[in-house]
Ligand binder design. Structure first.
Ligand SMILES: [Zn+2]
Length: 135
């Protein structure tokens, strides 16, 4: 059976979303690190190559700082998943559910471009976890 794959424009769209998400995560990580260096009194190296593009968006109040810390805790896993997804785009296996091999619907992929399971499998997994807890 011939497998249906994404159109060229769709592949480009997914790639763009993955790359911008990647940039967002690495930008956040760097800006938080810069901020941490600043507050501990360490002089910055003056290296501008890793600076986020939107410095004005970097929050200065505590609330935003806490949010950034939360993002960083998941950043490593997020980046790994994004890299895996980019690899799959190149291998033409992108969007395939890892549990049932069905294609994940486009709207789900656009919302969560690095997602690994289709909504049905995700739901099954959650139900399973729930019943485990009940037992
Ligand atoms: Zn599935």
């Amino acid at each position: 059976m011939e497998k249906k794959y994404w159109k060229k424009e769709e592949v480009e769209l997914f790639k763009k979303r993955l790359l911008s998400l990647r940039g967002k995560i690495t930008g956040n990580v760097n800006s938080l690190q810069n901020e941490a260096f600043k507050s501990s009194g360490t002089d910055s190296s003056g290296d501008l190559s890793n600076m986020p593009l939107h410095l004005a968006d970097v929050g200065t109040d505590n609330f935003e700082r806490d949010l950034n810390i939360e993002l960083i805790e998941n950043a490593e896993e997020g980046l790994r998943n994004i890299d895996i997804a980019l690899e799959k785009l190149d291998n033409k296996t992108y969007g395939q559910c890892e549990s049932c091999d069905k294609m994940i619907i486009k709207t789900r992929l656009l919302a969560l471009p690095f997602v690994k399971n289709c909504i049905n499998c995700q739901r099954d997994e959650e139900t399973e976890q729930m019943s485990d807890e009940e037992i």
